[in-house]
Design a protein around this ligand. Structure first.
Ligand code: SPV
Ligand code: MG
Length: 431
């Protein structure tokens, strides 16, 4: 009896999957691989059911003889262990980042004469409907909100990119790359006060009020499914913060990060070049506690951002505050630095982790951008935020285009650096 292998990463079985199993069973004994959560989140949609539930779902399908775990998007381990005579897959992986997986399978099979069988991908109205229902489910507040906590459990480091509009949200949602045989994507979005304000042509001083920030969030929520972390600036008055916590929670935002400053907030990257005042530990702890008291679900996270290193108050002050804020109920700590050298961030993380092995640590390596995600994770960091890079790349590109159209009195000279309109519209989903 020949062995036939196919890998599934779906939460819902539809005609397309049944068709694959039907064909597969004509070749021999059918083994289905269930991709692990950890592998799945790096390349596909986030799962809406657990790994165990997915395995059970596949096992119950007619024609399936066995279900095993596939722990990597590439097939090396599976093929080494199982040595299948056939691998069956839909033919929809010939283009885009997934083509790397296909090439990997073809190369591995050719080593021992295994065969790849490609089945025309079924895309009928029913399949389309199931696809969009799954997407809808992921976008719903009750699913989206808890996803950040799930990601912290699932992955060594949660990768977050800034978004300040529907379009930038779509870029974070959909960008997938293939590199050295691995696929990768961002896990979540950061709605930065700096980028949200900058997009509106306003300074980053809490001038863009919460109603406007909520409007930005809503634009992003409308077209994406990935979780959102809001840059909540100082959180404002505690009496206002509690209402905003409820609103954010209801919208499906996963976390708010508030910073321990008081009075007129200025952007942290100015440091002490401008007048900025740090809140007292007591006042800021009380704000965190009030927010935690106000929230209704266990999913939502209130993360305390410590500005001691930004304001040259020293490491001991930063650590003292971190422990106090955790005691007040903070679900995570963000430590910020404007140095080019990551040494003080590393020292903070190592010393914090000596005393607290659980509370998530968040960092924003805008200045100390030399450090890699792996290095941060090795020092106990759970969430890395790329806080402003989309804005900072778009702004000079747009400025140069505006200047060149003025210079040449026509748009021909700039055309070869523009995305074709056809391509930009493929980013936008049709319903
Ligand atoms: C933001 O993105 O608005 C932040 C991070 O708060 S920073 O600009 O580095 O202060
Ligand atoms: Mg900010």
């Amino acid at each position: 009896m020949k062995t036939v292998y196919t890998c599934f990463c779906t939460d819902v079985i539809h005609d397309g999957h049944r068709n694959i199993i039907k064909h597969a069973s004509e070749y021999g004994r059918v083994v289905v691989g269930a991709l692990t959560d950890r592998a799945l989140i790096r390349y596909n949609k986030f799962p809406t059911i657990s790994q165990d539930e997915r395995m059970k779902l596949y096992k119950e399908m007619e024609g399936v003889d066995d279900v095993i775990i596939q722990d990597s998007i590439m097939y090396d381990d599976i093929i080494a262990d199982l040595h299948p005579d056939y691998i069956v897959h839909g033919d929809n992986w010939k283009n885009g980042p997934e083509s790397a997986i296909r090439e990997n399978v073809i190369a591995l099979l050719s080593e021992y004469g295994g065969e790849l069988v490609e089945i025309p991908y079924t895309y009928n109205d029913k399949v389309r409907k199931i696809d969009s229902q799954l997407k809808e489910r992921l976008a719903m507040p009750e699913y989206r909100r808890k996803r950040l906590r799930q990601l912290i459990e699932m992955t060594p480091i949660v990768k977050v990119m800034e978004a300040h509009s529907g379009l930038t949200g779509l870029i974070v949602e959909k960008t997938v790359i293939e590199e050295n045989g691995k696929l990768d994507q961002f896990d979540a979005m950061w709605v930065s006060s700096l980028c949200d304000s900058t997009a509106k042509g306003k300074p980053d001083i809490e001038l863009v009020d919460m109603s406007s920030r909520l409007r930005t969030i809503d634009d992003i929520l409308d077209v994406t499914t990935k979780p959102i972390i809001l840059d909540g600036d100082t959180g404002g008055l505690p009496e206002h913060f509690v209402y905003n916590v409820r609103t954010l929670e209801r919208m499906g935002v996963s976390a708010v990060i508030i910073e321990d400053k008081t009075g007129l907030k200025k952007n942290s990257l100015f440091g002490n070049e401008v007048v900025q005042t740090q809140a007292s530990i007591e006042d800021f702890s009380a704000k965190i506690a009030a927010g935690k008291q106000a929230q209704l679900t266990d999913d939502f996270m209130i993360i305390a951002r410590i500005e001691s290193l930004i304001l040259d108050q020293g490491m001991e002050d930063a650590l003292k505050r971190a422990f106090a804020y955790v005691k007040a109920g903070a679900d995570g700590i963000m430590i910020h630095s404007r140095k080019k050298d990551p040494a003080e961030i590393i020292e903070f993380c190592d010393r914090f982790r000596e005393a607290d092995s659980n509370t998530p640590i968040v960092v924003v390596p805008s200045s100390y951008n030399i450090i890699t995600e792996d290095e941060l994770a090795a020092h106990g960091v759970n969430i890395v935020i790329y806080a402003n890079q989309l804005t900072r790349s778009a702004f000079p590109a747009m400025k140069k285009t505006a200047e060149d159209i003025l210079r040449y009195h026509r748009a021909k000279e700039v055309d070869d650096r523009l995305m074709p309109i056809k391509e930009i519209i493929t980013l936008i989903d049709e319903i």
